[in-house]
Design a protein around this ligand. Structure first.
Ligand code: MCA
Ligand code: AMP
Length: 480
C-alpha cells in the first residue's frame, strides 16, 4: 500500500500543481477539491471521466484515485458506437464532468457528478491495496471493439518512479504538453507524473508550437509529445528562432507513443542543440524502456529497460534471443510490476496476451545493440496502425465502413505519412460503382461512429478486393 500523491499532503499548500490555460490550482487547492469530490464518489467501483483537456479531468482522476475508485477516461470525441461499447463494457456508476459540459445521450442513464475545482473537503486517507485498479483505459486491437486494460495502482506507482529515476525527474520540474487526457501518455505520464513528484504541469489545451515556445521560455523544464508533435516542431524551427531558443532552454524533451523519425530528431538537434529522449511503452505495460537523461541520447533507439522491468526478445517459435548484435530481430516480451492485470471482461484475450511463463507479448519487433539499447524495427500485426501516436485497429474501421449502405466491401491499411507516421487508407468496393460514397462522407461516417482520429485520410475505390484461395483479403497486394 502506498500513497500515490504524497505532495497533496506534504507540499506547501501554495505550491503550483496544475495549469490549463488561465486556470490553475495549487497543491492546497487540488487536495481540497479532490477531497471534496472523493467524498461524493467514495464506495463506487468505477467512474467514467469525461476527459477534456481541462482542470476538471485532473481533479476527477486524482479524486477517484484518492477514493480508491477506478477511473475510466472517455475521449470526448468518441462516436456513438465507441462510447456505447465502452459504457456497456465498463459499467461505470457515474460520469464525472466539468459543469456545463454537454454530454452525449449515451451518457444520460448515468448519474452525472459535476467536478467543482473550487470545492473543499479533507482527503479520505483511504488505504487502498496496490493491486486494486487505478484506471481502465480502452485500447484498440486488430479486430473488434477496443479492450479495457485494467491498470493497477502498483503499475502507476512503479512506472512513474522508474521514469523519475531514468529522467532525474523531480518536484522542481515543470512539464508542458498538449496531449489528450484519455490515454496513458497524456494522463498517466503527463498529469499523474508531475503530481507524484510534487512538480507542476502546464497543459496547452491543444498542441501548438507557440504554446510550447511560450512555456519553455517561461520556466517549463520538460516537454512530452508524440512524434507528430516533434515533426511539427521540426517543420516550424527554420522560421521561428524564438522556438529554437525556448527548446534550447529545456532540461528534457521526451517523445513516445510511436517511433520518432531520425530525420526529425536530427533537425531538432541541429536547430536547438537538444537531443530528444525516446521512451517506449504501451497501454497494457505502461513504460518499458527509455533513453536515460544521463545516458547517450542516440537517435532511433528507445533506450534501455527501466528499473524493475524485465525485457526479452523472442523468435517466432518462442525461443529467447541471447544476442546483443544490433541485428537479430525478435518480439519484445516484458514482465514486471508495470503491467496491467487484465482486459476487462475478456479472460480469453488476457490469456492470449501472456506466455505460459507470464511474459506479456507486446507484438513489437526489435533488435538490441551491444550496450543493451533497444531499437524497435516494426510490429507483428499489420492490422494495427499508429497514426498521430494513436493506436488504431484496421478491423474496427472496416466494421464501421461496412455499416455504410454505399459500401459493399472494405479493407483498411496504414501507409507512411510524414506528419502522422502512418495514415489510414480505406480500400472500398462501392455497392453501386456508378455512385460511390465520397471520401468525405466515409470519413464523417467513421468519425461519428468511432472517433475523428480513426477516420480514413484517403479512400481508394476498387472493383474487387484481392483475395487468396481461402477468400482472405490480401492486404499486401493492395496498393501494389
Ligand atoms: C477533421 N476533424 C473531424 C473530421 N475531420 N472531426 C469529425 N469528423 C471529421 N470528418 C477535426 C478533428 O476532430 C480535429 O478537431 C481537427 O479536425 C483536426 O483533426 P486531426 O487532423 O485528426 O488532428 P491532427 O491535427 O492530425 O492531430 C495530430 C495530433 C493528434 C495533435 C498529434 O494526433 C494527437 O493529439 N495525438 C496524440 C495521441 C496520443 O496521445 N497517443 C497516446 C496513446 P480540432 O481541431 O477541434 O481538435 S499511446 C500510449 O498512451 C502509450 C502508452 C505510449 O507509449 O505513449
Ligand atoms: P498504445 O496501444 O496506444 O498504448 O500504443 C502502444 C504501442 O505504441 C507500442 O506497442 C508500440 O508499437 C508503440 N510505441 C510506443 N512508444 C514507442 C516508441 N518510442 N517507438 C516506437 N513505438 C512506440
Amino acid at each position: 500500500m502506498s500513497s500515490l500523491f504524497p505532495a497533496l499532503v506534504d507540499a506547501p499548500a501554495g505550491r503550483a500543481a496544475l495549469r490549463f490555460g488561465d486556470r490553475a490550482l495549487t497543491y492546497g487547492e487540488l487536495g481540497a477539491a479532490a477531497g471534496a469530490l472523493a467524498a461524493r464518489i467514495g464506495g463506487a467501483d468505477r467512474v467514467a471521466v469525461w476527459a477534456t483537456p481541462a482542470l476538471e479531468t485532473a481533479v476527477a482522476v486524482v479524486a477517484a484515485l484518492e477514493a480508491g475508485v477506478a477511473a475510466v477516461p472517455l475521449n470526448p470525441r468518441s462516436g456513438e458506437r465507441e462510447l456505447g461499447h465502452i459504457l456497456s463494457d465498463s459499467a461505470p456508476s457515474a460520469v464525472l464532468a466539468a459543469p456545463g459540459d454537454e454530454l452525449p445521450a449515451a451518457l444520460a442513464p448515468l448519474e452525472r457528478v459535476d467536478v467543482d475545482v473550487h470545492a473543499a473537503g479533507p482527503l479520505p486517507g483511504t488505504e487502498v491495496p496496490d493491486g486494486e485498479a487505478a484506471l481502465v483505459v480502452y485500447t484498440s486491437g486488430t479486430t473488434g471493439p477496443p479492450k479495457g486494460a485494467v491498470i493497477p495502482r502498483r503499475a502507476v506507482v512503479h512506472t512513474l518512479d522508474a521514469l523519475a529515476d531514468a529522467w532525474a525527474w523531480t518536484g522542481e520540474d515543470v512539464l508542458v504538453h498538449g496531449l489528450p487526457l484519455f490515454h496513458v501518455h497524456g494522463l498517466v505520464l503527463g498529469v499523474l507524473g508531475p503530481l507524484r513528484r510534487g512538480g507542476s504541469l502546464r497543459h496547452l489545451g491543444r498542441f501548438g508550437t507557440e504554446g510550447v515556445a511560450r512555456e519553455l521560455d517561461d520556466g517549463a523544464t520538460m516537454l512530452f509529445g508524440v512524434p507528430t508533435m516533434y515533426h511539427r516542431i521540426a517543420q516550424a524551427l527554420p522560421g521561428d528562432p524564438g522556438l529554437a531558443q525556448a527548446l534550447g532552454k529545456a532540461r528534457l524533451l521526451v517523445s513516445g507513443s510511436a517511433a520518432l523519425p531520425v530525420h526529425d530528431h536530427e533537425r531538432i538537434t541541429a536547430a536547438t542543440g537538444q537531443r530528444v529522449v525516446e521512451r517506449y511503452g504501451m497501454t497494457e505495460t505502461l513504460m518499458n524502456t527509455s533513453v536515460r537523461a544521463d545516458g547517450e541520447r542516440r537517435a532511433g533507439t528507445v533506450g534501455v529497460p527501466l528499473p524493475g522491468v524485465e525485457l526479452r526478445l523472442v523468435e517466432d517459435d518462442g525461443t529467447p534471443l541471447t544476442s546483443y548484435d544490433g541485428e537479430s530481430v525478435g518480439e519484445i516480451q516484458v514482465r514486471g510490476p508495470n503491467l496491467f492485470t487484465a482486459y476487462l471482461n475478456r479472460p480469453d484475450a488476457t490469456r492470449d496476451a501472456f506466455t505460459a511463463d507470464g511474459w506479456f507479448r507486446t507484438g513489437d519487433m526489435a533488435v538490441r545493440d551491444p550496450d543493451g539499447y533497444v531499437r524497435i524495427v516494426g510490429r507483428k500485426a499489420t492490422d494495427l496502425i499508429k497514426s498521430g501516436g494513436y493506436k488504431i485497429g484496421a478491423g474496427e474501421i472496416e466494421n464501421a465502413l461496412l455499416e455504410h449502405p454505399g459500401v459493399r466491401e472494405a479493407a483498411v491499411t496504414g501507409e507512411p505519412d510524414a506528419d502522422l507516421g502512418e495514415r489510414i487508407v480505406a480500400w472500398v468496393v462501392p455497392a453501386d460503382p456508378q455512385a460511390p460514397p465520397s471520401a468525405e462522407e466515409l470519413a464523417d461516417h467513421v468519425a461519428g461512429r468511432l472517433a475523428p482520429h480513426k477516420r480514413p485520410r484517403r479512400v481508394r475505390y476498387l472493383d474487387v478486393l484481392p483475395r487468396n484461395d481461402m477468400g482472405k483479403i490480401m492486404k499486401r497486394a493492395l496498393g501494389a
